[in-house]
Write a protein that binds this ligand. Sequence first.
Ligand code: C5P
Length: 221
Amino acid sequence: MSFQIAIDGPAGAGKSTIAKEVARRLQYVYIDTGAMYRAMGLYFAGCGIDLDSEEEIGRACGGAEITIRHVDGRQQVYLNGENVTEQVRTEKAGMLASKTSAYPEVRRKLVQLQQEMARIQDVVMDGRDIGTAVLPEAPLKIYLTASVETRARRRFLELEAKGSPADLAEIEADIEKRDYQDMHREMSPLRQAEDAVYLDSSDMTVEEVVDEILKLRRQSE
Ligand code: C5P
């Protein structure tokens, strides 16, 4: 039987950094589900269809093939055969994902793919609905969050380090908008699963959060 660690939480809470490190330490496969929604968002934008039309989005879904591969432990996302791992990291792709991930057809398609990946191997999977909808039976669930200010500041420093300075207030506004969209959509809104452990990383280092999750993993034996 494979073991699953589900990590959910809002944008910028540090889920991917933490999940990647936990996966590395346990030698599990890290699956970043947000990258899949981002790839779908880019696909819809590229098709030039009306992003407000559930019908058009539903029809277009069949034309997108998302494939996940792991190279040296790093996840690579392919959209119809093209490696879009870098392209999906932009703010624009994040907003597109947040908008189009609300559509049931998009979620159905990706949830199926995610469940299949978790069935065949030990995984650390992060997203918004992993503990509540994708892997409701996961033996360990974490809800990882941090204050909006902390999340915006982290993102700001990240962009600055990459040499692409941004506006802190703008980042904060984007994060708040994305939180609202993700928490208020009809299908699989972001919320803490009843049996998830709540972790606020605002005043914790990456190492502290990772250690806490590894401790919880040992306790779940
Ligand atoms: O985590 P990340 O910022 O890459 O996610 C981008 C967007 O994809 C989120 O804002 C959310 O709308 C959507 N998403 C989702 N369900 C997931 C993962 C991401 O709806 N499991």
